[in-house]
Ligand binder design. Structure first.
Ligand SMILES: Nc1ncnc2c1ncn2[C@@H]1O[C@H](COP(=O)(O)OP(=O)(O)OP(=O)(O)O)[C@@H](O)[C@H]1O
Length: 257
């Protein structure tokens, strides 16, 4: 990690009509850094990701990408910097998996330009990186949830972003693919990308994160390096489960995670 943060949240308040979800959130994300966002259902993780993507306006405070609010970036310029892997993705048309990944190139080639050989190669390379090149010509809507998830990660990579925002990227994946995605996140950090991902699995955060941010009822409960932050006491407070219940489960997690 180095230099100025690519992305910053400053005293952020955000939410929906008549319903402020996030309160006083501060976060900085730098090059080569992986930050995991953890919190129970409804704690505001997706709201936070949507706000920093410029899909929801802040109620108060600021979001800055390279010092500039998302609303002041053109969508194409923003997409050249920030790749997004959404939680669920429904498409109405019978696009192939390769088409979906090629859409990730739109911010670089222009929405109505014909993709070049390089764009197609890049799309195939991203599918191959995620181990799903064999799905390239399959119709996206016929893929399983996990296969779709891997295609969406490939699409975000095809944008060649400097920041990757992932909403529960391992949620519908089998054990092997979860590990593959985590390894991939690790590799992206090595390439200098900044990754912000939400997860319901603290052991995943322990495995890949440089920092974790624990979000409870829209407020930061704790933030810091995973090992000292993901304590039994913090996990118990975060998920509302007694320490006596979480303690043995957390202590018994596999040593490799
Ligand atoms: N479009 C919306 N309009 C109004 N309230 C919403 C909307 N989307 C989410 N909320 C509410 O905002 C709160 C935070 O939701 P959010 O989706 O950010 O939580 P989350 O931490 O991502 O949850 P999960 O782990 O279940 O995905 C919840 O109370 C939710 O009901």
């Amino acid at each position: 990690m180095s230099g100025e943060p690519l992305l910053r949240l400053l005293e952020l308040e955000a939410g929906y009509a008549g319903h402020t979800v996030l309160h006083g959130i501060d976060l900085a994300l730098s090059r080569g850094e992986v930050v995991c966002l953890l919190g129970p259902n409804g704690s505001g993780k997706t709201t936070l990701l949507r706000t920093l993507l410029g899909l929801l306006p802040p109620r108060a405070g600021r979001v800055e990408l390279l010092g500039v609010a998302p609303a002041r970036w053109s969508r194409a310029a923003f997409a050249r910097h920030v790749g997004h892997v959404p939680q669920a993705h429904e498409v109405q048309f019978a696009f192939s998996a390769e088409d979906i990944v090629l859409m990730g190139r739109a911010s670089r080639v222009g929405l109505f330009s014909t993709p070049s050989r390089h764009d197609r190669d890049m799309a195939m390379q991203c599918l191959a990186t995620l181990g799903v090149a064999h799905l390239a010509s399959r119709v996206y809507t016929t893929l399983s949830g996990g296969e779709r998830q891997l295609v969406l990660i490939a699409r975000a990579l095809a944008q060649e972003p400097s920041i990757l925002v992932m909403d529960e990227p391992t949620a519908s994946l089998d054990f092997g693919n979860q590990l593959r995605v985590l390894e991939h996140v690790d590799r992206l950090r090595g390439l200098g990308l900044a990754v912000l991902m939400s997860t319901h699995q603290p052991e995943h955060a322990l495995r890949v994160a440089d920092r974790v941010l624990l979000l409870a009822q829209g407020r930061v409960l704790a933030e810091g390096p995973p090992e000292p932050t993901l304590t039994v006491a913090n996990l118990a407070a975060l998920y509302g489960v007694p320490e006596a219940v979480i303690g043995p489960v957390w202590a018994a997690r596999p040593p490799s995670t």
